[in-house]
Design a protein around this ligand. Structure first.
Ligand code: ARG
Ligand code: ZN
Length: 853
């Protein structure tokens, strides 16, 4: 970065905008390299900012052709970030701003603002993309009704709200609901719609359309079905009705993120819309269902009630993630969904919270807001709401949410507003609870047990390690769900919530006939690390008897980790008692196959690296990889018979169905295959690959083959079959790098980067290859440092075109400080090289400097 380091924006500096925007009228004359945007904006002085104020408008990369105030030309002072009209040139009261600017959608490689993807015009405005479309107060607390006219010969012209008029070569849209500019959207292109309707709870009919390119119509059914179920669920569970005549979704190939909740016009990464049994895995179907729901739910939690400023991002994201998790758990299996969510939380958010990028759920400072769309804001933000609900109960939660919608509809709110509705609805003081929003870091919980005269005492101690900028942490409110089992395995105390508020606190259970076995943190009732040395027999006991499915799984998980740690660190033999316990889960037909599949899945190598690091060891990626392979092999040898039997029994013949039950069977089948693959020379995987009629199994089989160092022929066949399908070819790139042996990962990635189909400016394709390399733990950290260098080279290549995706991908380096001196210095050298690059984006600069700090 050659110029002075960019200055942070601070929460403490928040002030309301000096003007209200009373209305926005936009006309777009679309042209690939010279689109004209004509804006008419009504301003009125904001009583919250009395006195005379300059008119400051954000604007980036805009060519200003004309500007007028109340029809009289003005000459604003322009700079790289916007323009200013001095107060002296403004009328006393309300006034109208007219401006015409020119922009270049085709040259917009950052995919922010108005850009083109495969001939389709589309927009992405969150967080600060609207300022690349026209001059505007581009901040979420400025809300206004929008009217949009689009002029273009393209057949489909879409914007927010309801369609109000159209003719040959133009269309007009009116959005009656005041919204911030980040929710603006426009799409124009040669698109076709898959359509349906939904009748709302008050009997209004809503037209639903999913817009895709011709030829993709037959892969929209699952997305449409998910949308209809989401609309119904939000009415039934939250009492929220849809509020426009139409709801449009568009699938776009070049997209920096998953999807975007623009009012009435959601724009999606095509991989989160398009699915058929042949092209999408069960995991893809589940994600599509979840993200369709997520974006739809934003209509109330995000659009009708938005955020005052970007520090409040978790207000809409944490809540909307929480809502989509509830939805999925209602649609599928609650325990399985909970385990999956905790796996993601630990893999992404705990990793973030324990490293240099740790920040509070509500941060207080940022350089580039796009860098704060993080697992902490989203996933931990959702966990915090789960805790609130546990503390106030289901009724209290419902009352608080009703009050939230009633009190803040049409407003831009804050975390203070959010907590206040809970206080007002339930009478609870949430002062201490608020620390979950303001303090970074994952609390660590230790437990001491005491047993005497029929009374059992649990004493908990909480401690949160320091995080950047926050050395000392105060105790938090931690809801700890606990149940007690007697030695026969019967539950003697059903789940209850212990409310911990002090640094150390005891809870006593009286009148017990025998010393119980505690099941602690049931359902993962708080996002904390439970540091507890539990003997293997007790873990196996809970794996067999716990009535709480989460802790049942967790006990097996902890056992597996203990076994792996002793195999990796101390070269011990795999534990037979662990394998036997796993065998009992595998063959227990009363357990949901999806649950059994989760129990068979080994902890990830990255997770093991963190575990070893926490235990004061320096993780050796090769040794972790080898240890995990050795345990898998030992399991396969010992449980061969039941694994084969289960593999056969879990076949799902007949027509493919993406529902949770069928998906669970396939998941268990593939988990068995994964283990058997270590001892059958790939014969089952090859046979499954040859016979599979769905992507779940064909992709799963291919992954096994590659993991076993085989599959060359199948990789070729897969390519030939799918070379015309971008989304499947993304999988083809990814699977080869993700499952490559440690020494082969970087060479494979280097070779694939030369492939003619490596269209690296497409974010999905870039993430498929580079993301897979970063996620191949032993491959990424291979001793020569070749992967580090290759990865950094590509970050530097992408940065000038697409800073947002580059910055996000730089997190592959966030765990550098766990490793040995050689690896550390190699990674630091790459970070230094990136940071020192002339013209580096603000996005990537912020990330690499935080990571290496
Ligand atoms: N609001 C979108 C969602 O979570 C994501 C937008 C991400 N924006 C960004 N600049 N990273 O549904
Ligand atoms: Zn969201």
């Amino acid at each position: 970065m050659k110029d002075a380091a960019p200055q942070p924006t601070l929460l403490a500096d928040y002030r309301p905008y000096p003007f209200d925007v009373t209305g926005v009228e936009l006309t777009f004359r679309l042209s690939p390299e010279a689109t004209r945007v004509v804006a008419r904006i009504g301003f009125a002085p904001n009583p919250a900012r009395p006195g005379r104020n300059d008119l400051r408008l954000d604007g980036e990369k805009l060519k200003l052709h004309s500007a007028k105030i109340d029809s009289k030309p003005v000459k604003p002072d322009q700079d790289a970030e916007g323009l200013t009209v001095p107060a002296s040139q403004l009328p006393d009261g309300p006034f109208t701003w007219d401006a015409e600017v020119e922009i270049d959608p085709k040259g917009n490689t950052a995919l922010e603002g108005l850009y083109m993807s495969g001939g389709i015009y589309c927009t992405q405005c969150e967080a600060e993309g609207f300022r690349k479309i026209t001059y505007y107060p581009d901040r979420p607390d400025v809300m206004a009704p929008f009217k949009v006219r689009i002029e273009s010969d393209l057949p489909v012209l879409l914007s927010n709200g309801n369609p109000t008029a159209k003719g040959k070569g133009w269309a007009e849209w009116t959005d009656p609901w005041p919204k911030p500019a980040y929710l603006f959207a426009l799409v124009a292109g040669d698109l076709v719609a898959v359509s349906d309707t939904f009748t709302t709870m008050s009997g209004k009919t809503v037209d639903l359309n999913i817009w895709v390119r011709e030829g993709d119509e037959d892969r929209c059914a699952y997305a449409m079905d998910s949308l209809i179920r989401s609309m119904k669920w939000d009415e039934e569970v939250y009492g929220r009705e849809y509020d426009l005549d139409v709801f449009n979704i568009v699938a776009i190939d070049d997209f920096n993120m998953g999807a975007m909740e623009n009012k009435g016009l959601n724009i999606f990464n095509s991989k989160l819309v398009l699915a058929s049994p042949e092209t999408a895995t069960d995991g893809d179907f589940e994600r599509i269902e979840g993200v369709i729901a997520h974006e739809y739910f934003h209509n109330w939690t995000g659009d009708r009630i938005t955020c005052r400023d970007w520090f409040q991002l978790c207000l809409k994201e944490g809540l909307t993630v929480f809502r989509d998790q509830q939805f999925t758990s209602d649609m599928r299996s609650e325990p399985v969904k909970r385990i999956e969510d905790v796996l993601t939380l630990r893999a992404r958010q705990f990793r973030e919270d324990m490293g240099p990028l740790a920040h509070p759920v509500r941060p207080e400072s940022y350089i580039e807001i796009n860098n704060f769309y993080t697992a902490t804001v989203y996933e931990k933000g959702a966990e915090v709401i789960g805790m609130l609900k546990r503390l106030v109960g289901d009724d209290g939660y419902r009352k608080a949410l009703d009050l939230y919608f009633e009190r803040h509809d049409g407003e831009a709110a804050t975390i203070e507003d959010w907590l206040m509705v809970f206080e007002d609805a339930t009478g609870r003081d949430l002062t201490q609870f608020k620390r979950w929003y303001t303090d970074a870091g994952t609390p660590r919980l230790t437990v001491a047990e005491d047993w005497s005269d029929g009374s059992f005492t649990l004493t908990f101690t909480q401690k949160t390690p320091p995080t950047p900028g926050q050395d000392k942490k105060k105790p938090r409110v931690i809801p700890i769900a606990v149940g007690l089992l007697n030695p026969n395995g019967d539950e003697v105390v059903p789940t209850m919530i212990l409310e911990m508020t002090k640094a150390t606190q005891s809870f006593r259970f009286e009148e017990l006939a025998s010393r119980p076995v505690p099941s602690i943190l049931r359902g993962f009732s708080a996002p904390v690390v439970l540091d507890r040395d539990v003997p293997a027999e007790e873990r196996a006991f809970l794996l067999a008897h716990d009535t709480d499915p989460f802790n049942k799984w967790e006990s097996g998980r902890a056992l597996a980790k203990d076994v792996l740690v002793s195999m990796i660190g101390k070269d011990e033999a795999p534990s037979q008692s662990f394998i036997d316990a796993l065998g009992r889960v595998l063959t227990n037909d009363s357990l949901d196959p999806a649950f059994r599949a989760l129990c068979l899945r080994m902890p990830s190598e990255d997770d093991l690296a963190q575990t070893l690091h926490d235990a004061g060891q320096v993780p050796d990626p090769e040794a972790i990889h080898a240890g995990r392979g050795a345990l898998s092999k030992a399991i396969a040898r010992s449980l061969q018979k039941p694994l084969v039997a289960t593999y056969d029994a879990m076949a799902t013949p007949g027509e493919f169905a993406p529902d949770a039950t069928s998906a669970g069977k396939r998941a268990l089948r593939l988990a068995c295959l994964w283990l058997l693959n270590h001892i059958d020379n790939g014969t089952r995987a090859a046979a499954l690959f040859a016979s599979a009629d769905n992507m779940t199994e064909s992709h799963g089989a291919l992954a096994c083959l590659i993991e076993g160092g085989r599959g060359t022929r199948e990789i070729g066949a897969f390519y030939e079959r799918w070379k015309d399908n971008r989304l499947v070819i993304d999988k083809w790139f990814m699977v080869q790098v993700l499952h490559a042996a440690p020494k082969d990962a970087a060479p494979t990635a280097e070779r694939l980067a030369e492939h003619p189909d490596f269209e690296w400016t497409n974010p999905n394709r870039f993430r498929a290859l580079l993301g897979a390399l970063g996620a191949n733990h032993a491959g990424f950290h291979e001793t020569s440092g070749r992967a580090y260098r290759f990865y950094a080279d590509w970050l530097l290549k992408l940065d000038p075109l697409n800073p947002q995706t580059t910055a996000r991908m730089s997190t592959a380096f966030e765990t550098w400080s766990r490793y040995d001196v050689d690896r550390k210095s190699m990674i630091r050298a790459e970070l230094d090289r990136i940071a020192a690059t002339e013209g580096l984006s603000r996005d990537t600069y912020e990330m690499v400097t935080r990571i290496r700090a």
